[in-house]
Design a protein around this ligand. Structure first.
Ligand code: PMT
Length: 399
């Protein structure tokens, strides 16, 4: 209930995901926030002001020039009232106006008039999300201190599949709740994070990999960004879009992930190794597709470089937070890795528990450092990432 007593101004623009905003209001109110809602004129086609008024308990505003609304709480007063300005869903059009200082309706005027922390959940068609102008506007807004949550990837209302879906109301509410705690603890720091699986080629069409989805690592990137850090995300192949404002470097194999990390690590204050890196690769990668001529096929593997170990061994090593994916004797193996790889911290997950760990939205962690440990019980990866970043930041800042 970190939002208890906080004022959240929710701005809703005209996308199909606006129908989810009554649920978002309910979730913010459940966390103790006072919520007021402002709609753009196109948002009213997707959600009724009356529903939002019923769930928020407050009049819903939509018109900059409405004398009755201005008499109740003027727009400047409303801008000052807000501790957080949450815009969900945010269309490409709204982002363009915000990025360029256009204030031609109540919501864009409030954005300009408010000093509240602004969190935006974009929602649009996947092709629009990838348009150069949208990317430019996102970069401008990130530079202005606006934080982004999402978008998520998946099937869209228009039938397309890809990034552009509004993040679910629960995750937006959790995100706002969490930033009240982790705010700016990593301000001015650079955090380098690995995420996702690696792929080790066998021939031009086949590879060996694992079930990592990248969700844990991407949630950490988002949480570190929310804590004020400059974040570089070295990512194996996943279907997630990078959190806004985060620099992503795409890699494939363990060797390419190692190279990318080594190219960036000198600028990093903190290194978080969340990727599920293949420990071995095939010694010989066939130049042509392997034919099924014999009944058995033997491949010989050789060890990949250990990225985390190599970073921790650098003369000017950053603060290192490793992960340990274990299916038995979790504490024993995690403590072993902490010591052997000379890490500052390690977060262990028991991957034998159904519904947690690899490729799920939930996880549970047991975090170890040389002098202590802390259990972070099962929760969404978004929430766990904020708690872990906050715990890690307090150790880093006391170092
Ligand atoms: O991606 P998700 O679907 O969200 O799933 C999250 C996760 C389960 C992948 C994540 O929480 C996790 O546990 N990541 C680490 C997985 C792993 O490879 O663990 P490990 O115990 O094998 O490796 C120990 C540490 O060394 C890890 O920090 C790993 O990134 C690092 N490592 C391992 C091998 C290698 N060659 N280089 C490395 O840097």
């Amino acid at each position: 209930m970190l939002l208890l007593g906080k004022n959240v101004l929710l701005g809703v623009s005209g996308g199909i995901a606006a129908y989810k905003t009554p649920d978002l209001v309910r979730k913010l109110v459940a966390k103790g926030a006072s919520v007021r809602v402002v709609l753009t004129s196109s948002a009213e086609h997707f959600v009724s002001p009356l529903s939002l008024q019923a769930v928020s308990g407050n009049t819903v505003s939509n018109d900059l020039l409405d004398p009755a609304a201005e008499a109740a709480m003027g727009h400047i007063e409303l801008a000052k009232w807000a501790d957080y300005l949450v815009i969900a869903p945010a269309t490409a059009n709204l982002l363009a106006k915000m990025a360029n200082g256009i204030a031609d309706d109540l919501l864009t005027t409030l954005y300009l008039a408010s000093v509240a922390k602004t969190v935006v959940a974009p929602a649009m068609n996947q092709q629009m999300w990838q348009a150069a102008s949208v990317k430019r506007n996102i970069a401008l807004l990130s530079g202005d201190g606006v934080e982004f949550i999402g978008p998520a990837a998946g099937e869209q209302a228009c039938g397309d599949v890809g990034p552009g879906r509004m993040v679910e109301p629960q995750d937006i509410a959790d995100y706002i709740d969490n930033i009240t705690e982790v705010e700016q603890t990593l301000s001015g720091k650079t955090v380098l994070i690995t995420a996702g699986p690696t792929r080790e080629a066998i021939d031009p069409v086949r590879y060996i990999s694992n079930h990592s989805s990248g969700k844990m690592g991407y949630a950490l990137a988002s949480a570190a960004k929310a804590a004020g850090a400059n974040v570089v995300l070295v990512s194996g192949p996943v279907s997630l879009s990078p959190p806004a404002g985060v620099e992503r470097v795409n890699v494939d194999s363990a060797q390419s992930m190692h190279d990318a990390v080594m190219a960036k690590v000198n600028d990093a204050d903190i290194f978080i190794a969340c990727a599920a890196v293949a420990d071995y690769r095939a010694i010989d990668q066939a130049e042509n597709k392997i034919k099924k001529t014999s009944d058995e096929l033997t491949l010989t593997f050789t060890k990949n470089p250990d990225i985390l170990k190599d970073v921790a061994a650098l003369p000017k090593a950053p603060f290192t937070l490793g992960f340990a994916a274990e299916s038995q004797k979790v504490e024993h193996y995690a403590r072993g890795k902490l010591e052997k790889k000379k890490l500052n911290m390690i977060a262990a997950n028991d991957i034998s528990i159904q519904g947690l760990g690899f490729n799920s939205d939930q996880n549970a962690l047991h975090v170890f450092w040389p002098e202590g440990d802390k259990v972070l019980s099962a929760d969404s990866k978004t929430n766990l990432a904020h708690t872990l970043i906050s715990l890690m930041a307090s150790h880093y800042n006391n170092k």
